[in-house]
Design a protein. Structure first.
Length: 260
């Protein structure tokens, strides 16, 4: 796991096979999508928050990685409050939108649900090295190696794109190109980055093809990807979070199966 910082690399969750992390994220997400209520989302968010203590992320790393989610969740809830289905007593009328007890409760439930679904997904994969994920997808889930290795190569290029964007910006500023108009500078620089990405992708594809990555023969792998007790324990914890959330909502009488 060379792509992770030492504190994260040595954490309990980081040592678990990425396939198990993927299974837990999917399990919790599917469970929370079955109903839109406050109780199940609140319970799941609380239990997931306890689980995240073993991720190895410090406070700065956690907030940096989850910042978009903390911005998107309230926005999704506010949109639901303003434009969601009206039910119950009217709390406020803004002319263009009406806030009722039902839309307010639905907005809170949506906010909590977005957080409960997004937080474990972000943090679990923040503790996953891309190479380990590719090994797990190919060896455990038996996905096509060409697809897995192509995705891994593309993921490894993300860091280079950031460096390329910075270098392009510095070069254009040194030549005095596009400084007067931010929108024009952004569009032209984005087009230059797209051209550079296509060229690099073509060269990378040719190099991988020359090294036999496109062969139909069964591949061998430098590092075996296995599942054992830690993976089983993490999946059981994820199943427990999903089960407790559903049980709490059913006992509280708030569970509403959306497919019913």
């Amino acid at each position: 796991m060379t792509g992770l910082i030492p504190a994260v690399r040595d954490s309990a969750i980081a040592r678990v096979n990425p396939v198990a992390k993927l299974a837990v994220a999917v399990l919790i997400s599917v469970t929370l999508l079955l109903s839109i209520d406050v109780v199940s989302a609140s319970v799941a968010l609380l239990l997931v928050g306890i689980l995240l203590f073993w991720s190895g992320l410090d406070a700065r790393g956690f907030w940096l990685r989850t910042a978009p989610l903390w911005l998107a969740a309230p926005f999704a809830g506010l949109t639901t409050v303003l434009y969601g289905e009206d039910s119950g007593a009217v709390l406020a009328s803004l002319g263009f939108a009406t806030i009722t007890e039902g839309s307010l409760a639905l907005g809170v439930a949506i906010t909590l649900r977005v957080l409960a679904i997004g937080l474990p997904s972000i943090v679990l994969f923040a503790t996953t090295d891309p190479t380990d994920l590719a090994d797990g997808l190919a060896q455990v889930l038996k996905l096509p190696s060409r697809f897995v290795l192509g995705g891994l190569a593309g993921l490894r290029m993300v860091g280079l794109f950031v460096d390329d964007w910075r270098a392009l910006g510095q070069a254009r500023r040194a030549r005095g190109v596009g400084d007067a108009n931010f929108f024009a500078r952004f569009c032209s620089q984005a087009f230059a980055l797209l051209v550079l990405a296509i060229r690099r992708g073509s060269k990378l594809a040719t190099a991988m093809e020359a090294k036999g990555f496109g062969s139909d023969l069964e591949r061998t792998w430098a590092r075996p990807s296995t599942v054992g007790r830690p993976e089983l324990l993490l999946v059981l914890i994820g199943a427990g979070i999903a089960g407790v959330s559903i049980t709490a909502a059913v006992l509280a009488g708030t569970w509403q199966f959306i497919l019913a």
